[in-house]
Write a protein that binds this ligand. Structure first.
Ligand SMILES: *Cc1c(COP(=O)(O)O)cnc(C)c1O
Length: 396
């Protein structure tokens, strides 16, 4: 390959994001199957007024652009923007609004998002109303200054399921936008943009990254105007994902379907196993037919995911489970190869006001599982041992 050809090729691939998405996927100019990590802060110009399309990594970086193109494809978006964390993506989206704007959020959301809305959005002059969007009608809550509706489905950790398509219709009729945090199901199982959402958010730390080894986040959009404003916020505030972390998430996405198929299979097995235990008072998994959101899940998602919440008969029993796990990690976060168990009331949801926790049914007997891809039998054996130990230690 001559140098001249290489430059031409480089030019072909150094197009802006929109062209890139039309190309569906960037390819490395040397044919590398694993897309390279462009670990550089800046890019040289060939001449005055000439750019390869890359100037400075805060604004664009080939590795990050590759990842963004892949995530946009997965979510059927026009563009995806990769942020340094899920929270950085949520924070950037909130910058779309102005002081005086109002939005409506679901009552059961990721604790970090609630903290952002309370401690930062409020200070910036935004107000919000909460509602159980899975069951309450959003229309009476819409005010003159309402701009957006924000939700997760299924919710964290209580697994409430909202009909995205139905909500999107109501929201659009009144000129608002719909923002859906799709972290729990990942684009493999659910594509909210196809159901009418305007912005899809992800914590890339979770199923997309998939290995509990990096932090990242995404905002995926289909509207050009929203995209332009978000790209402006992103390059100005500088919360873009680093090249190395972009590469790790690209690597994670390669096995997204294989991991989720296995994790979901394990989640079903664990749900069935837990239901048979007399100390388990409730198993909340949207793949169970008795789950109130089961039919909506069937309609709007292609799977039920790997998140499972269960309630035991005493706080003491819950604490015994946490004290005795060996294969399973007692850790926050979700969506990775290893199964994690967490205690929402003191961990992920510690910053959620007490009355809200109570209303949501999050008590000191609730445990949340992010099911991993271990051998199904190994996980069942782990639960058998842990539950027996917990029973022994609580009935003494
Ligand atoms: C983890 C998480 C976030 C925040 O993402 P980070 O990558 O931790 O910043 C937002 N929403 C949901 C549903 C999450 O699980």
């Amino acid at each position: 390959m001559s140098t001249e050809n290489d430059c031409k090729k480089q030019e072909e691939y150094s197009v802006d994001t929109k062209c890139q998405l039309n190309d569906a996927r960037l390819k490395d100019i040397w044919g590398a199957v694993s897309y390279p990590i462009y670990q550089t802060a800046t890019f040289a110009h060939k001449g005055l007024g000439e750019s390869t399309g890359f100037d400075y990594t805060r604004m664009q970086n080939p590795t990050r652009q590759q990842l963004e193109a892949v995530v946009a494809l997965l979510e059927n978006g026009k563009d995806a923007i990769a942020f340094a964390s899920g929270m950085a993506a949520v924070a950037a989206v909130m910058e779309l609004f102005s002081p005086g704007d109002h939005f409506i959020i679901d009552s059961d959301l990721y604790g970090g998002s609630v903290r952002l809305f309370n401690e930062i959005s409020k200070k910036n002059g935004l107000t919000y109303t909460t509602a159980y969007l899975s069951s309450e009608d959003v229309v009476p809550l819409i005010q003159e200054n309402t701009r957006a509706v924000y939700l997760e489905t299924p919710t964290n950790p209580m697994m409430n399921v909202t009909d995205i398509e139905e909500l999107a219709k109501k929201v659009h009729e009144r000129g608002l936008i719909l923002i859906v945090d799709n972290t729990f199901l990942s684009p493999y199982y659910q594509n909210p943009l196809d159901l009418g959402a305007d912005i899809v958010l992800h914590s890339g730390t979770k199923f997309l990254g998939g290995h509990h080894d990096t932090i990242g986040g995404f905002a995926v959009v289909k509207d050009e105007e929203i995209d332009e404003r978000l790209r402006f916020i992103y390059k100005t505030t500088g919360a873009g994902l680093s090249p190395f972390d972009s590469w790790l998430i690209l690597r994670g996405i390669r096995t997204l379907s294989v991991r989720l198929n296995k994790a979901q299979e394990n989640a079903f097995a664990i749900a069935e196993y837990l239901q048979k235990n007399k100390h388990v008072t409730k198993v909340i998994y949207p793949g169970l037919k008795e789950h109130p959101g089961y039919d909506i899940m069937k309609k709007q998602a292609s799977g039920f995911g790997a998140m499972l919440t269960f309630e035991v008969d005493s706080a003491e029993f819950a604490k015994e489970i946490l004290a005795n796990v060996e294969l399973i990690y007692f850790a926050e976060s979700l969506g990775g190869t290893e199964t994690l168990i967490t205690y929402p009331i003191t961990q992920t949801h510690a910053d959620v006001p007490k009355d809200v926790l109570e209303k949501n049914g999050i008590n000191d007997r609730i445990l949340r599982l992010s099911v991993g891809i271990e051998g199904t039998e190994d996980l069942i054996n782990e639960f058998e041992r842990v539950l027996e130990t917990a029973e022994k230690n609580t009935t003494r």
